[in-house]
Design a protein around this ligand. Structure first.
Ligand code: FMN
Length: 310
């Protein structure tokens, strides 16, 4: 079986989702050593940090976990994102596809075109458009019209392939139709669910997302609709077993992306999600690395949200 994304041949079907797994060179190297064929880098946006955003807090619940973090905590500045991409290209073997991810909180063309053009300049053949923060806009008739205008301009203005990443705020039929009509060929599914958890967990409304098995039925729903529109799909969100991976592939996923399965274990767990024949027999020791941050020797950090449990 051969796997491709944006006409690029992959050594297997497994991609590391944009997440703490793909936020540093150390962790990207672990992704490679662990067996991922590709990695979507942590999202970046053209903005200036003000230092006012709150840090990340992780709270584990019985069927998954919540992550609460501000835009400033989760989204790298464009300069940080470009630096990460350039260093990753230097440090990771060429048979791993590195996919930058660009984010913005408005549909203004320049907010997307400028960062995408920069990543393209540094050689990125494929870029994810992280639409998570568009979730806060009202998704009315005008929104979908503006979205189409944006995507048409991006397709016209860039040579690389762009891969929008959807979340539950996007009505799937309508969005896939817009993507298709705009000339988009590839889509990334499905981001976490913005949720208002139990108030005694001390998490903020509006910046908290749920991660876990409850996501998977939505991922499958969006995947089926995207395939009906003839889109290539890098599908994930809610994978909690190899069976889930197989189900996504059987439902038409061209590639499968995961974050939490590895974040909840460590990089060695990649092997559990690959077919046995795809696994390397010489796995390097660096795959024991903490998937959330680069702290070593059991030291804990205050930043990643997972070192200090809540
Ligand atoms: C702490 C954290 C940070 C994330 N940051 C990003 C991000 O910057 N860009 C993005 O597109 N997705 C981001 N994601 C979402 C993941 O890419 C993925 O869509 C989500 O975790 C669902 O997949 P999973 O069930 O395999 O974890 C993040 C996820 C986590 C847990």
């Amino acid at each position: 079986m051969t796997y491709t994304l944006a006409n690029i041949r992959m050594k297997n079907y497994l991609t590391a989702s944009s997440s703490p797994l793909t936020e540093s060179i150390e962790r990207l190297r672990c992704c490679y050593e662990a067996g991922f064929s590709s990695a979507i880098l942590k999202s970046s946006a053209a903005y200036v940090k003000t230092g006012t955003g709150h840090g990340r807090k992780i709270v584990y619940v019985k069927d998954g976990y919540y992550a609460d973090a501000s835009f400033e905590r989760e989204i790298l500045t464009l300069e940080e994102g470009i630096e990460l991409y350039k260093e990753a290209v230097k440090n990771c073997p060429s048979d791993m596809l590195l996919i930058p991810s660009v984010s913005a909180s408005s549909l203004e063309t320049e907010k997307w075109l400028k960062p995408c053009s920069q990543f393209e300049l540094y050689g990125a053949p494929l870029i994810q458009l992280d639409f998570f923060y568009l979730g806060t806009l009202e998704h009315d008739e005008r929104f979908y019209k503006k979205l189409k205008i944006l995507l048409v301009k991006l397709v016209q203005g860039l040579d690389c392939t762009i891969m929008p990443k959807l979340n539950l705020n996007f009505e799937p039929e309508r969005t896939c139709k817009v993507l298709k009509e705009s000339g988009i060929k590839t889509v990334s599914l499905l981001d976490s669910m913005r949720e208002i958890p139990d108030s005694n967990l001390g998490l903020r409304e509006g910046t908290t997302s749920y991660f876990g098995a409850r996501q998977l039925p939505y991922t499958i729903k969006y995947l089926k609709i995207a395939k009906q529109y003839g889109l290539e799909v890098c599908a994930g969100g809610g994978v909690t077993s190899k069976n889930d991976v197989d189900l996504l592939l059987a439902t038409g996923a061209d590639m499968v992306q995961v974050a939490s399965y590895i974040l909840n274990r460590d990089f060695r767990a990649v092997e559990e999600l690959l077919d046995a024949k795809l696994c390397s027999d010489t796995r390097s020791d660096i795959t024991k690395h903490n998937p959330w941050c680069d702290c070593e020797n059991g030291k804990k950090c205050e930043k990643c949200g997972a070192c200090v449990p809540h």
